[in-house]
Design a binder for this molecule. Structure first.
Ligand code: ATP
Length: 367
């Protein structure tokens, strides 16, 4: 299940030239306002036409300007979810969902009940949109898109109109969709927190061009790719191993088998086995050349310096801890004092992590 996009479009004041490929999972189109994210979504959906382009989804060519192929919007079988749910107000939730079904051709695809279960809206089926919360409405909109049996789901800032509580409520459903629905998702966002939590692959857009692309952990470690104001850090795919209620800690493991990374964090209300992306902001990782003693931080991870990069007065150090790579931001003076060099053994001390559970910028848990 792959997506190939290679499009060029010129408008009077804006030109866009974007090429990327994405596998199954969630691909985030990330970038500051005006970088061209929505334009790319419109081009994939067929709502805008490029001067040149080729778009292939799961082996089906939707656009190939050289060969004169332009599959019209209604034939592309692409589901769209926007900032606003855009439900039909006079219909019940069930009727709104059935409305999605009208656009699916042929049999097959998930049943209405299966989709309602996946999105936690089974209890809402007889209600009208006006009586639902913003998060509930958005889940119905996702369900309606899924019932049209799309080969690809496009989501354009689906959380940006929701308050923090509603975002928290809907995120686990988007994660389930990513992990269980088996269809690729292209997701527009300008929030690092959202991208860190949800994306498998990230395509960073800047002024209509691809500034960088790759797996979420590799992209979010690059300070040069992150829009102003946000900070670089590592993203670790962790799994809840278990809880120790007595000491008030949850043990997380991964990535990598056996001798992989282990982190203790304050108790999380998540079941063992649950996967989550943990973001470690670079400035909350300290480095020591010897194993520190008498320290309050619980998480001291042995590793090796994988790379060093100077950035103004700061030095960004990548540390390989097993299969994971942590990013630490030090002053250049500290990096010199420690005599850091590629390959040197170090201990990474993790002071806090951003769980991005509620996506509140800067929300951290001290560990
Ligand atoms: N229909 C249009 N006609 C002319 N210019 C447009 C049109 N739609 C968008 N633009 C311009 O194209 C550029 C990219 O816009 P686009 O909406 O794709 O950016 P974006 O990254 O999605 O921004 P945001 O995060 O603010 O939604 C902007 O400069 C915008 O003003």
């Amino acid at each position: 299940m792959t997506i190939e996009v290679d499009v060029a479009l010129r408008r009077e004041t804006f030109s866009l030239e974007v090429a990327f490929t994405a596998d199954a999972g969630l691909t985030a189109l990330f970038g500051r306002s005006g970088s061209g994210k929505t334009t790319v979504i419109d081009l994939i959906a067929g709502l805008a036409q490029p001067q040149r382009g080729r778009i292939v989804v799961d082996g089906t060519v939707l656009l190939d300007t050289e060969k004169g192929v332009r599959v019209p919007v209604h034939r592309r079988r692409i589901g769209c979810v926007f900032q606003e749910a855009r439900l039909l107000p006079h219909l019940s939730v069930r009727q709104n969902l059935r409305f999605g079904r009208l656009f699916s051709r042929g049999a097959g695809g998930p049943s209405l009940d299966a989709v309602a279960d996946l999105l936690g809206i089974a209890a809402l089926l007889e209600r009208r949109p006006a009586g639902l919360s913003g998060g509930e409405r958005q889940r119905v909109a996702i369900g309606r898109a899924l019932l049209a049996r799309p080969r690809l789901l496009l989501m354009d800032e689906p959380l940006s109109a929701l308050d923090e509580a509603r975002k928290r409520e809907i995120l686990p459903y988007i994660e389930r969709l990513r992990d269980e629905a088996g269809l690729p998702i292209v997701y527009v966002s300008h929030s690092v927190a959202e991208v860190a939590r949800l994306a498998s692959t990230v395509v960073v857009l800047d002024a209509g061009r691809v500034a960088g692309q790759g797996p979420v952990d590799a992209v979010l470690r690059r300070a040069d790719l992150i829009p102003d104001g946000a900070e670089a850090g590592s993203v670790l795919a962790m799994t809840v191993e278990g809880h120790d209620a007595a000491s008030g800690l949850t043990r997380l493991t991964g990535p990598g088998e056996g001798r992989g990374l282990r982190l203790d964090v304050p108790l999380l209300a998540l079941p063992p086995g649950r996967r989550l992306n943990l973001r470690l902001p670079a400035r909350d990782v300290l480095l020591a050349t010897e194993a520190p003693r008498g320290l309050s931080a619980r998480n001291v991870l042995p590793g090796r310096v994988a790379s060093l990069r100077e950035e103004g007065a700061a030095c960004l150090v990548e540390v390989a801890c097993g299969e994971a790579i942590l990013l630490a931001r030090l002053t250049r003076a500290s990096a010199l004092d420690l005599g850091l060099a590629e390959g040197a053994p170090v201990h990474a001390i993790v002071k806090s992590v951003a769980l991005d559970a509620g996506l509140t910028p800067g929300a951290r848990i001290e560990i």
